[in-house]
Design a protein around this ligand. Structure first.
Ligand SMILES: Nc1nc2c(ncn2[C@@H]2O[C@H](COP(=O)(O)OP(=O)(O)OP(=O)(O)O)[C@@H](O)[C@H]2O)c(=O)[nH]1
Ligand SMILES: [Mg+2]
Length: 214
């Protein structure tokens, strides 16, 4: 069986595209998009920077809730990465949180170009309420999800993999494991980048006429 090896996506060619205050103001719903979601401070912006090799691209912060706009990054004319605002920011009013949750659910369900969701969780506190909401929405929308257990550098090697097994088991038990893949990750140590790149490449090339086999 001959396997075609499509060209790797050059994540380093990334450029900031636009910020949208609401999902209604997103760029045109065409091409292919992958969104990064997760609780505030989970490391979404750091992961995008590590992936693209550009530490100045997405603003990171020790203060949770730094990313309040939906930031779009362009990889090519038809491929984008999306940094979603963190959820679970204590200082945001309850009504705003509810509003944001509605937007988020709408985006996951309606956005045609959305190929997959990267869901980041701090490896020291995975599967919080927000994460389960996201997994439920993604599952309902039939959206493949790749979980990054971030800040794995904060743990020793063994326990990091044990956490992954525990999360996999919990998802199976809750019937939320369909279409979900999981890996450990560290932006600071650049650990797990290859696996993440492969998953994103798989998603972003879907439906790309340049990659179509005939
Ligand atoms: N040790 C370690 N720290 C990390 C890692 N990834 C992120 N951090 C730190 O965690 C904090 C939050 O990272 P961000 O990337 O800003 O998190 P975010 O999910 O974008 O946060 P919001 O924009 O507030 O939603 C920063 O101080 C980062 O330096 C990691 O892999 N290892
Ligand atoms: Mg951020």
């Amino acid at each position: 069986m001959s396997e075609q090896r499509p060209e790797r996506i050059n994540f380093r060619s990334v450029e900031f595209l636009t910020s949208a205050p609401t999902l209604a103001e997103c760029p045109e719903d065409s091409g292919a998009e992958v969104a990064f979601a997760g609780r505030s401070n989970a490391g979404k912006s750091s992961a995008i920077n590590a992936l693209t090799g550009n530490n100045k691209l997405a603003r990171t912060s020790k203060t949770p809730g730094r990313t309040q706009l939906i930031n779009f990054f362009r990889l090519s004319d038809t491929q984008r990465l999306v940094d979603l605002p963190g959820y679970g920011y204590a200082k945001v009013a309850r009504s705003m949180k509810d509003e944001w949750q509605r937007h988020l659910a709408f985006y996951l369900e309606q956005r045609q170009c959305l190929r997959g969701l990267v869901l980041l969780m701090d490896i020291r506190q995975p599967l919080k309420e927000f994460d389960l909401h996201m997994l439920t929405w993604a599952s309902e929308a039939g959206l493949p999800t790749h979980i990054l257990l971030t800040k794995a550098d904060k743990l020793k090697n063994g326990p990091a993999q044990n956490t992954r097994f525990a999360v996999e088991k919990a998802l199976r038990e809750q019937g939320l494991d369909s279409g979900v893949t999981i890996q450990t990750f560290s932006s600071t140590k650049k650990a797990g980048l290859d696996k993440l790149e492969r998953k994103l490449g798989e998603w972003l090339r879907q439906g790309d006429p340049a990659q179509a086999e005939d």
